[in-house]
Design a protein around this ligand. Sequence first.
Ligand SMILES: Cc1cc2nc3c(=O)[nH]c(=O)nc-3n(C[C@H](O)[C@H](O)[C@H](O)COP(=O)(O)OP(=O)(O)OC[C@H]3O[C@@H](n4cnc5c(N)ncnc54)[C@H](O)[C@@H]3O)c2cc1C
Length: 337
Amino acid sequence: MERFIDLKSYNTFGLPVVANYFVRINHSDDIKVLMNKAFFKENRRLILGGGSNVLFLDDFFEGLVIQVDNKGWEIIDEKDNNIYVRAQAGTDWSYFVDELVKEGLYGLENLSLIPGKVGAAPMQNIGAYGVEQKDCFFALEAVDLQSGKIKIFDRQSCNFGYRSSVFKHEARGRYLIIAVTFALKKKAVVDASYGNLEEYFKQRGIQNPDIKDLSEAVKSIRQSKLPDPKQLGNAGSFFKNPVVHQLLLNDLTKEYSSIPNYPVGPNTYKIPAAWLIDQAGWKGFRQGDAGVHDKQALVLVNYGNASGRELFALAMKIQLDVKAKFGINLDPEVNII
Ligand SMILES: Cc1cc2nc3c(=O)[nH]c(=O)nc-3n(C[C@H](O)[C@H](O)[C@H](O)COP(=O)(O)OP(=O)(O)OC[C@H]3O[C@@H](n4cnc5c(N)ncnc54)[C@H](O)[C@@H]3O)c2cc1C
């Protein structure tokens, strides 16, 4: 255990937050030892992966930060075309997907280059380019931080939804995920149906993209649109895309005939939060060092010395403005600490 550790390099907003207590988990057995320590029992706790989906409000975290850093992945079973791959929670997600692509194991290639670690992927059911991790999820192992017992969660018990799972809601903070198993395919056709991808391949005359083409395409599109946290602090999309009732959409369409929307259920439609924020005039806005990215309105950025509270205040202003202009609530996707 260490004291007074600066978390600046452990969160992609680059906020200088000091953790009162800090431990790194390199092996799942470390957790049992940790759970017997007084500082574990007596403190508020935060489990941290790569810190790419958190916003710290304060510059001091009065509690224990547990950084999950157990690494590695292996094939644990094969049945016909299915191949089961178990990755430890501290494995870098982007590295893991690259390895799968190299091995020609299909399923997660659309999720190339998402920052963070494997253990956090089920937490908000990460998704991109028409695919969510739940599409390949098989099971996960987690330590119950109340009893110390290991619990296996299958897909159903994770209750995955759009950027959500049981771990983000009713079981928040209770389980430390130590490994995740995905069911992948040895032979498959890549899913290149998502708008931007289709266009990417068309422009380059690629007719039947393979898994490597797909992963390269996703990386290239992402790099052209999203700021690299190493250059400009951010946590990716700050808000979730809201889902609205058809009646509200009908009203909005009268004023904004080009409002983009996608049906997601009976009488419900998803509207891109980026479009709403852009329409409300926030794209490229900057106040001090807290801003809205000039290429992607959904991404809040730290130009250097913004505080967590300044970024949060900006997010709240955007939220209120979008509510006032469109009658739509934006929910943060980022975990506010
Ligand atoms: C540039 C950029 C682009 C992004 N693009 C996408 C995208 O396309 N799609 C998408 O879905 N997300 C995206 N994100 C968000 C982020 O990368 C993902 O949510 C990622 O899964 C977070 O992983 P992490 O390890 O950094 O988690 P952290 O930020 O460290 O933690 C996130 C939450 O998970 C909890 N947690 C972390 N690890 C564990 C564990 N082992 N056990 C239990 N709880 C845990 C934490 O307590 C916290 O509540 C993006 C972020 C950035 C910066």
